[in-house]
Design a protein around this ligand. Structure first.
Ligand code: DC
Length: 218
């Protein structure tokens, strides 16, 4: 039974890596950020963001969260990401979502012999005994450019494109700080994680580095 834990900053390439490893080894893959994003999206949809019971309402949404609803493209917006990072500081919410991640891991291992999770605290909190731990990062500028390329920007004027890039840089910096400085399960590499900087390598090169480690070729 193999557990693979991937952590790292936003747009570092960890999600693409998780999917590629899942295809290669046929283990189920869970992007755990989507759980936080799903709760954030429900809060926005139900107009609950600026209420005093934000933490309690987040927990209520988390309890009824269905994994089948994680494909919604609205989960990928910057507003949802920002709120997801904010509510991810709530201890009770983390407890509920942690249990869901552990259940996913256990059932995947039973059925398929392995599991791949990506997030911020997988190697430190969710799967502390994972067989392989990777911490993926890249420079802020490179990561913001990657996010920009994911958007449909072909119609944008050069100046608007620059503004959008700057806004992505600001959002990411804010989120890096919030995720890295929070008291519970902050974004830090596990002591036994392989730390990989993807600033100057592509997804295929990252996959090769990681599979070489997993297969003991390096
Ligand atoms: O991976 P992502 O960008 O979709 O995650 C969105 C936010 O969710 C991230 O800024 C912090 C939070 N998160 C977390 O606290 N712990 C995780 N394991 C995954 C995500």
């Amino acid at each position: 039974m193999i557990e693979i834990a991937i952590d790292g900053t936003a747009a570092s390439g960890k999600g693409t890596l998780g999917k590629k490893l899942s295809n290669k080894y046929s283990f189920p893959y869970l992007d755990t950020g989507l759980l936080y994003r799903k709760v954030a999206l429900e809060l926005i949809k139900e107009n609950k963001v600026y209420t005093t019971e934000l933490e309690q309402t987040s927990c209520d949404f988390a309890k009824i969260l269905n994994f089948k609803e994680l494909k919604n493209t609205n989960l990928r917006t910057e507003d949802v990401a920002k709120l997801a990072s904010k509510i991810a500081t709530f201890p009770d919410l983390r407890k509920i979502l942690n249990n869901k991640q552990k259940e996913f891991n256990n059932s995947s291992k039973k059925k398929f012999g392995g599991c791949i999770l990506d997030g911020r605290d997988i190697g430190t909190t969710i799967l502390p005994n994972a067989d392989f731990k990777f911490f993926i990062t890249a420079s802020l500028e490179v990561r913001a450019k990657r996010r920009l390329l994911e958007k449909n920007i072909s119609f944008l004027h050069e100046n608007d494109e620059k503004c959008m890039l700057q806004s992505l840089i600001n959002n990411m910096r804010e989120r890096d700080n919030l995720d890295g400085m929070r008291k519970i399960s902050p974004l830090v590499p596990a002591k036994d994680a392989h730390i990989i900087d993807t600033s100057s390598i592509n997804a295929q090169e990252l996959l090769l580095i990681v599979t070489n480690i997993i297969e003991g070729k390096k």
